[in-house]
Design a protein around this ligand. Structure first.
Ligand code: SAH
Length: 250
């Protein structure tokens, strides 16, 4: 695995990253760097914008609570975008915050909020979801911000998936068998297909939804063990399994 510099704070910026560019920090970023992390002019900062790779920068304070960043040099090339799709029923706020961050840390590249019959959070706050993905990206060392697709009802989200994409359906009613073997039986770890994962809401899937999901070709129902996991727990469990057997943690 590439050796990342985890000591320097990493910030996501929208601006183009070029040597010598001066980027004014917004108040929150300036407060975070200057007052929370108590970094100063000699402390390195790493920047990424999802396009130009990772760059080192220096802090140029312009006041007690304001600063610019002077971009210096590229420290890492921009890698391929993560291809793993994560379909999820929006949970209540605190658990959704957590689940969004864990999905990013576990390598998800595309998030698809899916409305199901028992979804309890119909009014998804997309801005909050995006700020959680940015915070997780800054923390975990990736150089992109996952794509957040529009909210869709379950049938549309399933229809929208590329048929070649293997859908791993977390089904607490699936027979408890060997999830690692189950994944290996539907995909070749040496040449894995594009992948998607689906986790249901706090109330689970309705029977007709389970039937609809299982009708989709190239879909595997996976049990995550004999206990009923909270959806945010299931997210980490299944993403760890999928990444370890077929993804980038092999
Ligand atoms: N239906 C459950 C609650 C669902 S838990 C109940 O009635 O209490 C929320 C989601 O997490 C589920 O829809 C499923 O996608 C996933 N999940 C939870 N436990 C699981 C398990 N043991 N195996 C597979 N998926 C699980």
């Amino acid at each position: 695995m590439a050796a990342y510099d985890f000591t320097a704070p990493r910030l996501y910026v929208e601006a183009q990253l070029l040597p010598g560019a001066t980027l004014p920090l917004d108040r929150a970023q300036a407060n975070y760097l200057l007052n929370v992390l108590r970094r100063g002019p000699t402390d390195p900062v790493l920047l990424f914008n999802g396009r130009d790779g990772e760059w080192s920068a220096e802090i140029a304070p312009t006041g007690r609570k304001s600063a610019d960043l002077i971009v210096r040099e590229r420290t890492r090339q921009q890698p391929e975008r993560a291809d793993l799709h994560y379909l999820f029923a929006p949970l209540k706020t605190a658990r959704l915050d957590y689940m969004a961050q864990k999905a990013v840390e576990m390598g998800v590249g595309t998030l698809r909020p899916v409305l199901t019959r028992y979804t309890q959070n119909e009014r998804l706050n997309i801005d909050r979801l995006r700020s959680n993905t940015i915070e997780a990206a800054e923390q975990c060392g990736i150089l992109e911000i996952p794509v957040i697709q529009d909210v869709a009802k379950l049938p549309a989200a399933l229809a929208d998936l590329n048929p070649l994409r293997l859908l791993v359906f977390c089904d607490e009613d699936a027979s408890v068998s060997d999830p690692i073997l189950a994944l290996r039986q539907v995909a070749n770890p040496a040449a894995p297909p594009p992948l998607a994962v689906l986790v249901g809401p706090e109330g689970g899937f309705a029977p007709e939804e389970r039937a609809l999901i299982l009708e989709r070709p190239n879909t595997v129902a996976l049990s995550l063990g004999p206990r009923i996991l909270r959806a945010d727990t299931a997210a980490v469990a299944v993403l760890s399994l999928v990444q370890s057997v077929l993804g980038d943690a092999r």
